[in-house]
Ligand binder design. Sequence first.
Ligand code: 57M
Length: 358
Amino acid sequence: MFFNLLAPLASEWTLFNLFRYITFRSMAALITSLVLSILIGPMFIRWLRRLKAGQPINEDVAAHSAKAGTPTMGGLLIILTLTISVLLWGDLRNVYVWLTLFVFIGFGAIGFWDDYTKVHLHNNKGICGKQKLAGQLLVAIIAMSVLVMEPAYSTRLSIPLLKDLMPDLGWCYLPFAVFVMVASSNAVNLTDGLDGLAIGPAIVAGIVFAICIYVTGHAAFARYLILPYTPGVGEVTVFCAALVGAGLGFLWFNAYPAQVFMGDVGSLSIGGVLGFLAVLSKQELLLVIVGGLFVAETLSVILQVSYFKWSGGKRIFRMAPLHHHFELKGVPESKIIIRFWITSVLLGLVALSLLKMR
Ligand code: 57M
């Protein structure tokens, strides 16, 4: 909004020139969502408590019974502060910004439906898997159908480490990108089982994608790094920065011992939008490294369930997803969380260095 209102006045007052710069507006977006979250967070948590939005706790892991009554659906705070910040600092004529917001809020709406069913309709299982998947597919297909129609957007796939090989997937790109978004959404959801465990790596991924998106939208940087240049995409850096700010603001309250959980409204929206940011920045395959922790958690479930069925009841891990395995081995919760964060920072750095290694 400030860009659209104030940047045109730069000829009258040069200070308004600042509003033209994506870097300046991204920093402002980060600070806005962070400060807003910290300011309204306590009020918001009190509101969730009044609504009796307490997360039903599965007591298979004994340490979690102490978490009974912790309100969930904190992801609504992330969606609210991020959206306000993007509307204030983003270019509201940019189609990529609107598409990213659509994916974020669309996946969030499916998560909200699930949380609402669990918390208010007292159905511990929430909506069924098929309904959740259908909703995720619908949002992803709508977003991708609009994106591939954009003349500047390429359906080529960039492969880390290889600069000459960029196969054009044509219309096959659409189902591929939809898979990336839905898989990413569910992977973050599976990871969200300890205080701050999902939001920490999501913040790291937000920073990495802010850089990838900025570079992809910048002709000179994209040429230098041999990345597919997409004019206009750079504006989504403002969204990534707002995501980092809203994530940090949420972590303020979700840090161990958590005062609030993000709920599916948070995990599905963050996961879905990280998948979309990977698609938008043409770094679909890099997401496997940036979000390596989410991938590891998901693989642990796939391996556990497959081996359980194949062996007739034996397990690889004490319990999947992976964080439960460490909990049951007696590693304290805060240690698991911090070690997972360290791993995700390392993975983020590896992903960034791969941008230059071509
Ligand atoms: C959601 N939800 C958390 C909170 C959060 C196939 C199977 C692996 C599925 C998996 C599953 O249901 N995963 C999806 C996991 C829950 O958190 C809520 O859900 C939201 C995210 N969707 O925001 O609202 C609990 O996690 C804890 N938590 C925190 N701090 C946080 O910041 O402590 C969450 C956020 C909360 C709280 O206790 O209640 C969850 O874990 O339920 N199922 C599982 O993960 C189950 N694993 C399992 O059954 N493993 C079997 C399978 C693979 C055969 C096995 O290994 O043998 C475990 N879930 C739980 N206890 N709760 C089993 C043990």
